[in-house]
Design a protein around this ligand. Structure first.
Ligand SMILES: [Zn+2]
Length: 321
């Protein structure tokens, strides 16, 4: 089926429900909402932990931001999943996670702070579950790219007044190095600026390296490659586990099948590729429950091997409550 006839088919398929929705007014209601108004949160239980999935918003990233294969091939890959949007973009989510062990509230990543794409919703998401910034005891930054740490700072002040911030020392060293900041491409300048502010405002920044325990049942995992100190977070209790993998996967149309596809923000594409080549098959073998920052909310699923090819499959979070 070619593109045109497939779209015609799609619109025919949906014409009846759309008409029904308009008749009842439900679609009109939905259409008046913006991303910042909607505060979806999904929650799962994992032993003594409650993990809440939060969402700062989304951005439509040009396909040309992905590298490693010709843009026509990347376009075909995402088009196969009906994901090519206006002006050849792929929609990328910004998910964060709140880990609650009954005593401490640990936030993993802090979003963009707004001002980038349709983002800035994280504070509203926290408020929707009854939490203000002062309630957060710790923030673990999976890495120091701007879309994971800018939400930690607002107007030159720290947002999370009572939080210890954890980041890998290799990322702290890299992103606070003035020489590296000066030499960085424009694309990465905001990450260097955000990291500098982070180090200034959170002087107790608890630098870790690779795999370390943060609290009982919550530990970091070395997934370096996307950045020099990119880490995951493993939550484990009562024989269950969840691995928060940060930027290991960007979009299911590309990852995990094409571990050679990188994104322009990856300063060392060879390292990023090596990280994915090592991790994807291992995750499939373990059947690990994974959550990825940029996969559509809540970004929870597994990497599975299907007829010799690795692919992403979403997990049913609603049954894990
Ligand atoms: Zn990211």
């Amino acid at each position: 089926m070619n593109k045109l006839s497939r779209r015609a088919f799609t619109s025919a398929l949906f014409s009846a429900p759309v008409a029904a929705g308009l008749a009842t007014g439900t679609l009109v209601h939905a259409a008046t909402k913006t991303a910042a108004d909607v505060q979806p949160h999904a929650q799962i239980r994992l032993g003594r932990f409650t993990v809440t999935f939060l969402n700062d918003g989304y951005n439509d990233v040009p396909i040309g931001a992905f590298q490693g294969r010709p843009v026509e091939e990347l376009t075909a890959m995402v088009d196969r999943q009906f994901e090519v949007r206006a002006e050849q973009t792929v929609r990328i989510s910004f998910n964060q996670y709140l880990i609650d062990d009954g005593e401490r509230k640990i936030l993993v990543d802090a979003g963009t702070g707004g001002g980038f794409g349709e983002t800035g919703a994280l504070p509203k998401g926290l408020a929707a579950i009854g939490l203000g910034p002062a309630d957060i005891d710790a923030v673990i930054a999976t890495h120091l790219h701007f879309d994971h740490i800018t939400g930690l700072v607002r107007g030159g002040e720290k947002v999370f007044a009572n939080a210890e911030v954890y980041a890998d020392r290799r990322d702290v060293k890299h992103f606070t190095d003035p020489a590296k900041a000066a030499a960085a491409p424009d694309l990465l300048k905001s990450s260097f600026a955000a990291a500098k502010e982070l180090a200034r405002l959170y002087p107790k920044l608890q630098q870790i390296e690779g795999a370390e325990q943060i609290v009982r049942g919550v530990s970091t995992v070395d997934l370096s490659g996307h950045t020099p100190g990119h880490i995951g977070v493993r939550i484990e209790d009562d024989g269950q586990s969840l691995l928060l993998v940060g930027d290991m996967l960007f979009h299911p149309a590309l990852h995990p099948a094409a571990e050679d596809v990188t994104i322009a923000f990856e300063a060392d594409p060879a390292a990023a590729r090596a990280m994915r080549e090592a991790f994807f098959p291992r995750a499939a073998e373990e059947g690990a429950l994974i959550a990825a920052t940029h996969i559509a909310f809540p970004g929870l699923g597994r990497i599975v091997k299907d007829r010799g090819e690795l692919r992403w499959t979403t997990a049913d979070w609603a049954s894990m409550r």
